[in-house]
Design a protein around this ligand. Structure first.
Ligand code: CP3
Length: 333
C-alpha cells in the first residue's frame, strides 16, 4: 500500500509522505517550455499525452509520494458547455451561463468533451514512474465552481452583493453540479485515480450562516459518494474559519489546511489525518527559513497521521531547488 493511503487509513507511519499542490506547473522550466508551445490552456488539459508528460515532470525530479493529474477544476464548466478561457496575467474568464443549455446536457455529451482527462489518468496510473505512488484525481467543490460559473472570473476578496439574488438559479446550478461532479469523480476513479481531493478554494468567502447550504451539504453528498466507491477523499476548504466543525459535518478521510490557521490548534482539535499547511511564500525565502518552518509542521504533527503539503499551490516564482530541498528534508526527518 502506498504511504499516502496508509496515512489516509489513519495509520501512523514512520515516514511522512509528501506531495505538493500545483507540483506540475509554471515554476518548472520543462513545464513552461510545453506551455509556451500550447497557448490554449484548456486544449493543453485535453491533450492526454502532454497531460501525462506534465503530470510526471515533478515525479522525475523529486521523490514525491503522489502524482496529481495535470488538469483544472474549470474543466467541469467547460464540459457543461460554458465557455472557459485562461487569459495571460489575468486568470480564468468564463462565458455567460445559459441555464437552459446546461439543464439539457446529458452525461454522454459531457464525458465525450472531457474524456482526455480520464485517458490521461489511465496513462499516469499505469506508468512505471508512479509505481508505489498514489495517483490523485480531483474536483472543485460545488461552491467554488458555482462562484466561477456565476462570477465568471476569480472573485478576489468578496462577492458582489447580488450574488445570491436568484435562488432558483443557484439551486439549479448546485443540482446540476452534483450530478456531473459524480460522473467526473466516477470516471476518474474507474481510470485509476486512487485518491480524490476536493478543492473548495472560495469557502472562506462565506459567512458562517451560509456554510451549511453551499459548503457542508453539497460537499457531504460528494464525500459520501466517493467513500461509497471505496476511495479516500481529502477536502481542502481554503480560508474556512472553523476546520473542526467542517470535519465533524463533512467527514472527509483527511483535511488539508491553509497557511492562515495555527497548526497547533488544528492538532489539538482534529482527530482525522491532516495534510498541508506550510505557506508557499516560505519557498521564496532561503533554505534556513524553509528548514525551520518545515520542521515546525513535522514536529507538531509527529504523532498524528500527516501528509506534508503546502497551504496552497506552489507559486510560479519558486526555485525548483527549494522544492528539492524540501522533499529531501521531509524524507530525511
Ligand atoms: O496541483 C496540480 O499540480 C494539478 C493541477 C491543477 C491545476 N489547477 C493546474 C493549473 C489543479 C489541482 C488546479 C486546481 C484549481 N484550478 C483550483 C483549486 C486550487 C486553487 O488554486 O485554489 C482553482 C481555483 C483553479 C482555477 C484556476 N486555474 C485559476 C484561478 C487559475 C489561474 C491562476 C494561476 O495560478 O495562474 C488556473 C490556471 C492553472 N491551473 C494553472 C495550472 C498549472 C496555470 C496555468 C498557466 O500555465 O498559465
Amino acid at each position: 500500500m502506498t504511504l499516502i493511503k496508509q496515512v489516509l487509513l489513519n495509520k501512523k507511519t514512520d515516514l511522512t509522505p509528501i506531495w505538493i499542490m500545483r507540483q506540475a506547473g509554471r515554476y518548472l522550466p520543462e513545464f513552461r517550455k510545453i506551455r509556451n508551445k500550447n497557448p490554449n490552456f484548456i486544449e493543453l488539459c485535453l491533450n492526454s499525452k502532454l497531460t501525462q508528460e506534465i503530470t510526471l515532470q515533478p515525479i522525475k525530479r523529486f521523490n514525491l509520494d503522489a502524482a496529481i493529474i495535470f488538469s483544472d477544476i474549470l474543466l467541469l464548466p467547460y464540459g457543461l458547455n460554458q465557455k472557459v478561457e485562461f487569459k495571460k496575467d489575468f486568470g480564468p474568464l468564463l462565458g455567460d451561463l445559459n441555464l437552459n443549455e446546461i439543464s439539457k446536457l446529458d452525461e454522454v455529451d459531457f464525458v465525450e468533451k472531457v474524456y482526455p482527462v480520464y485517458k490521461a489518468i489511465n496513462l499516469v496510473s499505469n506508468n512505471e514512474l508512479t509505481k508505489n505512488k498514489s495517483t490523485i484525481g480531483f474536483i472543485g467543490a460545488p461552491w467554488t465552481l458555482m462562484v466561477y460559473m456565476l462570477n465568471r472570473q476569480s472573485p478576489k476578496s468578496k462577492l458582489n452583493d447580488d450574488f445570491f439574488k436568484d435562488n432558483f438559479l443557484i439551486n439549479r446550478i448546485l443540482a446540476i453540479l452534483d450530478k456531473f461532479l459524480k460522473v467526473h469523480i466516477k470516471n476518474q476513479i474507474d481510470n485509476g485515480a486512487e485518491v480524490i481531493q476536493i478543492f473548495d478554494s472560495w469557502a472562506g468567502l462565506l459567512d458562517d450562516k451560509d456554510l451549511p447550504n453551499y459548503v457542508y451539504i453539497p460537499t457531504l453528498g460528494l464525500v459520501e459518494f466517493i467513500k461509497s466507491l471505496k476511495v479516500p477523499v481529502i477536502c481542502f476548504p481554503k480560508g474556512i474559519k472553523n476546520y473542526k466543525t467542517y470535519c465533524e459535518i463533512v467527514k472527509p478521510d483527511a483535511i488539508s489546511i491553509d497557511y492562515n490557521v495555527t497548526p497547533e490548534e488544528i492538532r489539538k482539535n482534529i482527530n482525522i489525518p491532516i495534510q498541508g499547511g506550510l505557506d508557499p511564500k516560505i519557498l521564496l525565502t532561503d533554505k534556513e527559513i524553509l528548514k525551520k518552518e518545515t520542521k515546525k509542521y513535522l514536529d507538531i504533527f509527529k504523532d498524528h497521521p500527516y501528509i506534508f503539503n503546502l497551504g496552497h499551490g506552489v507559486l510560479p516564482e519558486t526555485n525548483p531547488e527549494m522544492i528539492d530541498y524540501l522533499v529531501k528534508f521531509v524524507k530525511d526527518y
